[in-house]
Write a protein that binds this ligand. Structure first.
Ligand code: AHR
Length: 501
């Protein structure tokens, strides 16, 4: 395969919002307990948070972190997680059939966020709860003092408000599995009322209304339209969620997941813009792609519904997918798609962060390590900045069973304030390398090039407790610059970050 790329500084997609590199922490399985929080672990501080995990999260480079769910939030009482830890209730977590101890709640999670240097994005419960609880919560988090909820926060040890800007109005309310699931009409009306009331508390908030749980939902498209018809003036974003997995050994389709995500984003943008047109509105709705990842969800679906009435474990091992090189290459491809829509996707959350479909794994009492998917995320978060550029690309195609013919090479590019050009490249060809040339005539006087990426003779190689460093980024020494042309050879099934300075 070959691919000829052209970049021009005038052909910008838009600024890259740092919130594009967000994460997601849900009370689910061993994410919080025996994940980020493990009192007694050799690296844990007096707060119980593992410092080895903190260091890995910092290295990963996640910006905003969505919390506390996910499906969990639709049955969650936020008050359970504040106040003296010893007095907090143990509750049924209906979403994941677990016991929630509430040992970590809002204050503790914010302390952890302060350690990792990330911003809090909060979801309110619109499943079992509604407007009043959402208003109580934002009063608690954002009002400085002098009211019952704000003074309660101060009494609980936090004088300054949390100052939460990003808010999700529920989670996946279109999903029949969601506790308190609603029709688009019901949800749209509720979300509009809740959004208006939250803005009456704090005019500075940014609100995300729920889009579809995925593009295969039977209501996809009409859900977005109906919900936005009710909430267009009240919200800033509509959410997208997408999880991909390799089905039945169909690696070619799996590697092309970014092409599916691209179609998904285009469809939601079109739907939002349709509602805008009908309303003659000057306002634009952006996308918060606040759950995306590789997830072998069919394995989880097979377990569902098999729980006993007395089986409510604390922090069970759930959704602990072990990721391969192919998974990492796919995650890299999804990041390429997000960057190529930086004008409309201005917030996104890798789902999730630790132990649960996560780039970081931990063993109780033992080590923490990076999964393969850690690397494309950390490298992209670190490198991509400034402005996303449209990439002119002339490449061959690969045939996929799910998505038809897709470009063999996917690419995204950014240029930062120093004029450093970054390219993110995915070779979806499973059979051979891709020879790439990049025409940088419009970016003269560049002289250095460096490339690092993920590939392996075994696309199913993974990092595990037994072999935590089996897969790591590798330098691609084929990268070269001559005049204004960069060349590089991409191995089959690979993802690469290229820097031209
Ligand atoms: O990330 C796992 C789950 O996937 C989330 O709780 C839910 O929102 C989605 O269905």
């Amino acid at each position: 395969t070959r691919a000829d790329l052209t970049l021009h500084p005038s052909f910008a997609v838009g600024p890259v919002d740092r919130r594009l590199f967000g994460g997601f922490v849900e009370h689910l399985g061993r994410h919080i307990y025996d994940g980020i929080h493990e009192p007694g672990h050799p690296t844990a501080g007096p707060d119980g948070f593992r410092r080895d995990v903190v260091e890995l999260v910092k290295e990963l480079g996640v910006t905003t972190i969505r919390y506390p769910g996910g499906n969990f939030v639709s049955g969650h009482r936020w008050e359970d997680g504040v106040g003296p830890v010893g007095q907090r209730p143990r509750r049924l977590d209906l979403a994941w059939h677990s016991t929630e101890t509430n040992l970590v709640g809002l204050h503790e999670f914010q302390q952890w966020l302060d350690l990792v240097g990330s911003e809090l994005m909060l979801a309110v419960n619109l499943g079992t709860r509604g407007l009043q609880e959402a208003v109580d919560l934002i009063e608690y988090t954002n009002v400085p003092s002098g009211t019952t909820r704000s003074d309660q926060r101060r009494a609980n040890g936090r004088e300054a408000p949390f100052g939460v800007t990003m808010w999700c109005l529920g989670n996946e309310m279109d999903g029949p599995w969601q506790v308190g699931h609603r029709s688009a009409e019901e949800y749209g009306r509720l979300a509009s009322r809740v959004a208006k009331a939250m803005r009456l508390v704090d005019t500075g908030v940014r609100l995300v209304v729920c889009g579809s749980s995925n593009r295969d939902m039977p209501t996809f498209g009409t859900w977005e339209r109906t919900v936005l018809e009710h909430t267009y003036d009240d919200v800033d974003y509509i959410s997208c969620h997408a999880y991909y997995q390799e089905h039945d050994g169909d690696l070619a389709s799996f590697l092309a997941s970014g092409a599916d995500m691209d179609a998904f984003i285009r469809a939601v943008v079109a739907t939002a813009d349709h509602v805008q047109a009908v309303r003659r509105s000057a306002k634009r709705i952006d996308i918060s792609f606040d759950e995306w990842n590789v997830w072998y969800y069919t394995r989880w679906n097979a377990q569902e519904g098999t729980f006993a009435i007395d089986d409510w474990p604390v922090a069970p091992r759930l959704l602990e997918d072990v990721y391969t090189v192919a998974d990492a290459v796919t995650v890299g491809g999804l990041l390429i798609t997000l960057l190529n829509h930086a004008d409309r996707v201005t917030s996104a959350s890798l789902a999730q962060l630790v132990n649960v479909i996560a780039p970081i794994m931990t063993e109780p009492g033992g080590p923490a390590w990076r999964q393969t998917t850690f690397f494309p995320f950390s490298l992209t978060s670190k490198a991509a900045g400034g402005t996303a550029l449209a990439v002119g690309i002339d490449t061959g195609t690969v045939a996929t069973a799910r998505y038809g013919e897709v470009p063999a090479v996917a690419a995204a590019a950014t240029v930062d304030d120093h004029g450093t050009v970054r390219l993110f490249l995915q070779n979806r060809d499973t059979t051979g390398p891709a020879t790439v040339t990049v025409d940088l005539t419009s970016f003269p006087a560049r002289s250095s090039v460096a490339a690092t990426g993920i590939w392996d003779d075994d696309p199913y190689a993974a990092n595990t407790l037994a072999e935590p460093e089996r897969v790591a980024p590798r330098a691609n020494d084929t990268a070269a610059i001559s005049g204004n042309v960069v060349t590089i050879t991409l191995p089959p099934v690979s993802w690469t970050a290229l820097t031209v300075a």
